[in-house]
Design a binder for this molecule. Structure first.
Ligand code: AFP
Length: 333
């Protein structure tokens, strides 16, 4: 049997097969999703070699977040900027690593806006713990010049979103509104093959992702809420276990597949959340909801928040709907 027959659909085959079902897909969205797959392969190759060619460590710069920029962060960012610019599908883009948005020249501009965190989990790069890229795709507003407002769209206007996890294997997960599908990179052929179709988030929480060392900074509702979850574990049967690796996108992917809840409350250290709304929370909230889960903060769907700034941070509860709703209710009692 040929390898093509052995494995599932390739990413490109899947994107093309589904383009007809998307009102926005006039070929550009399909081409754009395929190009994001190309960027993922290029970044994956660098991640896999980082220690060998001294790509670990920091560049000495700090980004707009005030965080030390790791070399791989910069490489991942530059790769995405270059690939998206050349795609002919993108009018503008915004990145965690860029102070402001990037407008693509009119000669190369396309119909879409892409927001991304090029490498989430930077503090894990030097110790070979899984990291990932997060992306969201909007249509550019019709008949309007590109401005910051073109980027500050609520997550409910996303036309596609996804992420790429650089872990024990490289997995690309995306949705264009219909289903959430996973593709694993086959290093020998350099192709992404479908490995999970129409992923549904399990209804029950079996894993809890939260940094318990932030407890001194939490609002008063957090501890009792966690106790409520932990009391589900009886002497004879542990239902919920803790898994928090410091890369939101990787914790989210495991939670999406196995049924887990990720929580990062607004805390007293910053008076706001740590996670960025536009290019971290919105794309993952989009995926979570299409897979049957939920993502909320302060009584609102993450996807309904109107962004006010490019690097705006928010609190986040994301996972199985019933527990996300319970947490959100308890947080407002
Ligand atoms: P870095 O990219 O700076 O490592 O931050 C990762 C992150 O934004 C998210 O991916 C993690 O879940 C979260 O921060 C971990 O934050 P704490 O270290 O405060 O738990």
């Amino acid at each position: 049997m040929s390898q093509a027959a052995d494995f599932g659909l390739t990413l490109t085959q899947h994107v093309m097969a589904n383009q007809g079902s998307h009102p926005d897909a006039r070929g550009q969205l399909s081409a754009l999703l395929t190009q994001i797959g190309v960027a993922g392969k290029l970044i994956s190759a660098q991640v896999r070699r980082a220690g060998l060619i001294e790509l670990w460590g920091a560049t000495g710069d700090t980004n707009v977040q005030g965080e030390r920029v790791q070399k791989l962060d910069q490489i991942a960012n530059d790769t995405l900027v270059e690939v998206l610019t050349r795609s002919g599908c993108v009018a503008a883009m915004a990145s965690e690593e860029e102070d402001s948005f990037i407008e693509v020249s009119s000669e190369q501009a396309g119909d879409y806006i892409v927001v991304f965190d090029p490498l989430d989990g930077s503090s894990n790069i030097d110790v070979s713990v899984s990291i990932g890229t997060i992306f969201g795709i909007y249509r550019r507003p019709e008949n309007e010049p590109i401005s910051l407002d073109s980027i500050l769209q609520p997550g409910r206007k996303l036309v596609a979103a996804g992420y790429i996890v650089y872990g024990s294997s490289t997995v690309l997960v995306y949705s264009a509104g219909e289903s959430v599908d996973c593709f694993t990179l086959d290093p020998s052929s350099g192709e992404f093959f479908q490995t999970r179709a129409n992923v549904r988030m399990p209804a029950d929480t079996t894993m809890l992702s939260i940094n318990e060392c932030n407890a001194p900074y939490w609002p008063s509702w957090v501890r009792p809420t966690l106790d409520t979850l932990k009391t589900r574990n009886t002497e004879n049967h542990r239902i919920i276990s803790s898994r928090h690796i410091g890369s939101l996108v990787v914790d989210f992917h495991r939670n999406l597949v196995k049924g887990g809840l990720y929580l990062y409350p607004v805390d007293s250290r910053t008076g706001r959340g740590k996670l960025r709304l536009i290019y971290e929370c919105n794309p993952l909230a989009y995926i979570a909801e299409i897979a049957g889960g939920a993502a909320m903060v302060d009584g609102q769907r993450i996807l309904d928040l109107q962004p006010s700034a490019l690097h705006q941070r928010v609190g986040l509860a994301i996972g199985p709907s019933s527990d996300v709703m319970m947490i959100d209710r308890l947080s407002r009692e």
